[in-house]
Design a protein around this ligand. Structure first.
Ligand SMILES: Nc1nc2c(ncn2[C@@H]2O[C@H](COP(=O)(O)OP(=O)(O)O)[C@@H](O)[C@H]2O)c(=O)[nH]1
Ligand SMILES: [Mg+2]
Ligand SMILES: [Zn+2]
Length: 352
């Protein structure tokens, strides 16, 4: 076996120096992240604000007067994400670029979550009122992916809107075909909008739908989300802002969510963090419940452990036969269960 080559003095020195540098950086970071001991007499009264972006130990908040302030966060605040409503106190003498400290959060109306391999379920944004699920005939119109998103929306209790983009690419026949599929969702009470960035069709209706709400666009890569964001938010130059976090032991880049105001009122949260809508944190019963038209049949099957597959006396299968549940949705349901069973439910399907 070849003898390992000895490092030259220069090499050793460089390695050692790099190591020291990393240690120093790690220490520095630790010190930076420590609570600044905001003295009470340096802090003004409690004020309301909304978190527009969160990164590391800091957050940018917007006050009711429209000021954007960078604050740090009391340790007692356990979770803080874009969209959170908070109370903070302004410093009379600021600490570097930090204008104050966030002390408490309001209870959330909703949480946008994604399953995280390490943390279980991770909250990505708070107080989202509506999720616009974008689909398009190009790259491909896939109702099964729509159903995956709908399961996630139902689970989170956030209103979904089905947004069919690129309708300019549809001829009469394909338009009719897709419309028939979309009718399944309309009948279930989901709102459907058809738009085109190219011709402008439906864009006014879309803008109207966003007013007064916290919105987010989701959908597979290539369906036109970025284009739509630019259409409704013409001056957003800062959309996918990347914050480089140096852990001291190597760089890793995280992309932060950010809340933007829409010109016609309402907000858009741009969240590259929700690229994957994994469903593997849900159990089978929850998935069944998330198909909302299944709910009235749950518990009615002959066997308590009915798999709703080919079990005798299955109420869901009966509902499919009688047309009360669409075959397409039933098929999606089983696809989701299959993907959960073989560990693919967390696999990257839909992307932002
Ligand atoms: N024909 C047509 N193409 C569109 C429309 N909206 C977006 N596109 C195109 O679709 C492609 C993907 O758009 P992009 O916004 O990057 O999709 P994203 O991956 O979902 O963000 C781009 O080439 C766009 O120009 C539309 O309404 N009609
Ligand atoms: Mg994009
Ligand atoms: Zn059954």
């Amino acid at each position: 076996m070849a003898k390992q080559k000895k490092l030259s003095k220069g090499q050793s020195r460089r390695i050692s120096a790099n190591h020291q540098k990393r240690l120093h950086k790690a220490k520095q970071q630790k010190a930076d992240s420590k609570d600044i001991t905001w003295q009470s007499d340096n802090l003004g009264p409690s004020e309301y604000a909304v978190v527009i972006s969160r990164f590391g130990q800091h957050a940018d908040i917007e006050t009711e007067q429209g000021e954007i302030l960078r604050c740090n966060i009391r340790r007692t605040v356990k979770s803080l994400v874009c969209g959170d409503e908070v109370f903070f106190r302004r410093a009379k003498v600021s600490e570097g670029d930090l204008a104050g400290v966030i002390e408490t959060t309001e209870e959330r109306r909703s949480q946008l979550t994604r399953p995280d391999f390490y943390d279980g379920v991770k909250v990505v944004a708070a107080n989202i009122d509506q999720i616009l699920m974008v689909s398009a005939v190009l790259p491909e119109f896939t109702p099964h992916i729509i159903d995956r998103y709908l399961v996630a929306c139902e689970d989170m209790g956030i209103e979904p809107i089905l947004l069919l983009n690129k309708v300019d690419l549809l001829d009469e026949q394909s338009r009719q075909h897709i419309d028939e599929i979309l009718n399944i969702y309309r009948k279930l009470g989901y709102q459907v909008l058809s738009v085109s960035n190219k011709t402008g069709e439906g864009i006014e209706a879309l803008k109207h739908q966003l007013i007064g709400k916290n919105n987010i666009f989701v959908g597979q890569s290539g369906v036109g989300k970025s284009t739509l964001v630019n259409t409704v938010l013409p001056n957003a130059e800062i959309l996918t802002k990347e914050v480089s976090e140096n852990s001291g032991l190597g760089q890793h880049t995280t992309t932060v969510s950010r809340l933007h105001h829409l010109p016609s009122g309402g907000n858009l949260i741009d969240s590259p963090g929700i690229r994957e809508f994994g469903l593997w944190h849900l159990d089978v019963e929850r998935v069944t419940w998330c198909f909302k038209e299944f709910r009235e049949f749950i518990g009615g099957c002959r066997f308590r452990d009915c798999k709703h597959l080919n079990d005798p006396g299955c109420m869901l299968i009966e509902a499919v036969s009688s047309g009360n549940i669409s075959e397409l949705r039933f098929d999606s349901y089983h696809r989701i269960l299959e993907s959960m069973a073989d560990g693919r439910a967390g696999a990257r399907a839909p992307r932002v």
